[in-house]
Design a protein. Structure first.
Length: 183
């Protein structure tokens, strides 16, 4: 991957739920480190099926652009369907998971935990959170979805559930897909 910089980061896509391979150049002979599942990225260039993406940490790589999952350009509109979820439980879950991970890292650094035990302690831990002023995007691993919140309520933003699979409310999941010109 190459390092790229720029002011402010607004993702246009996320990496598919199972991650994806990446390349230094649009050339299958130049592989690099793969991208993590659900990593937010910005598509900055297209060359046929190849897509050059910029990651939040400034790294850039080439991927098979057909597999990127598009995200809406803006969060749900204030006059759209009202979110009903209280953000506090997801925030508490994120704090707990981060504290568990931090504790395992501290023990690993202190030498009281070896690599295998660290792996066992952190297996299954998963959170995602972006805070941007009054807006928050939280990943809900139980519901397999990203939510958007304004401090008062949460609305589903994107999901990694298979289309047609129902959530706990009996509603089929909504899956964001790339517009026809971006596939």
């Amino acid at each position: 991957m190459t390092k790229a910089t720029g002011p402010g980061f607004r993702p246009t896509h996320v990496v598919p739920p199972h991650g994806m391979p990446a390349w230094e150049a649009p050339d299958p002979g130049r592989p690099t480190v793969g991208l993590d599942p659900l990593l937010p990225v910005r598509l900055v260039e297209r060359r046929g099926d190849w897509g050059r993406v910029l990651c939040a940490n400034g790294w850039a790589a080439w991927v098979d652009g057909r597999h990127l999952v598009a995200v809406p350009a803006d969060p749900p509109a204030a006059d759209g369907p009202a979110g009903t979820d209280d953000p506090r439980p997801l925030l508490a879950d994120a704090e707990r998971v981060l504290a568990d991970y931090r504790s395992a890292v501290e023990e690993l650094a202190a030498g009281t935990l070896d690599g295998e035990d660290f792996h066992d302690r952190t297996e299954g831990l998963r959170i995602g959170i972006v805070v941007d002023g009054e807006s928050v995007w939280l990943y809900d691993p139980r519901q397999e979805r990203w939510t958007y919140g304004d401090g008062r309520r949460l609305s589903t933003y994107a999901t990694d559930r298979a289309p047609g699979r129902e959530d706990d409310t009996g509603h089929a999941a909504t899956r964001l897909v790339a517009p026809e010109g971006e596939r």
